[in-house]
Design a protein around this ligand. Sequence first.
Ligand SMILES: *Cc1c(COP(=O)(O)O)cnc(C)c1O
Length: 296
Amino acid sequence: MSVLAGRVPTPLVEVADERLARHGVRLLLKRDDLAHPDLPGNKFRKLGPNLAAAEAAGHRTLLTFGGAYSNHLRATAAAGRLLGLRTVGVVRGDELAHRPLNASLAGAAADGMVLHFLDRAAYRRKTAPDVLDPLLERYGPAHVIPEGGSNPAAVRGCTALGREIGTAADVVAVACGTGGTLAGLAAGLPPPVRAIGVAALRGGFLTEEVLRLQHDAFGERRGDWQVEDRCHAGGFARTTPELAAFTDDFARRHREALDGRPVERVYVAKALHAVFRLAGEGAFPPGTRVAAVITG
Ligand SMILES: *Cc1c(COP(=O)(O)O)cnc(C)c1O
């Protein structure tokens, strides 16, 4: 198996935005969306070390979990296609088995992923032996990757993101789903650079989760980081008219720096919006360089 080659380090580009300049804040965009052409989102950083671990264990199959719109499932399927590995995607919601696949799942299936639908009660207990063992019996021995791809290998993989940014910024903002990217990024940043994780989901569980992920990956808390829990716009994949307008406007203003790509709405829009909100609240001293990670 060859390793998945990424286009790293990804570019870090400064953009001029007068709404931040008014507060003395400079904005940089870390274009991590360019890390791999076939893997959506920031999943390249997380999957690379897992593929190495699968190889080391002699596994030819990857088995992982996700919702119907999971970028992680899509990325795992693409990695399997590129590296010639079997992939099994365990999908939340057995009602989906009887409907046409959405574009995300259809893409995963086209990449060769076997989709296995679980009812929601079983999915909640997906790593319990009575749920997982029958799956492994059915599909054979596999390297099992948790939902969202956040395990110790993935967290360690994300430290490279922090090292790449280094001291080119004072503060780094990143959107959080499972928190694995924040856990690794914060560990990779050189002090005194700090990270702000912007929760894209509601629930207020992320601080505890990132602590757990860092303990599993490093045995201790690492880096200077905090979670911003006020910018999820109502929950996962939710938006508000204000956030939607901000996102469209941001894409228009910074079309060139984004290569004309739209701003990803589920995660990236919320991280960018949080930077503007915090700047407006005076959270950054004048002269602060804020890098926003464009995770997808
Ligand atoms: C998956 C994903 C995230 C969240 O990453 P976590 O490590 O789960 O916090 C953020 N942005 C994009 C675009 C993603 O696809």
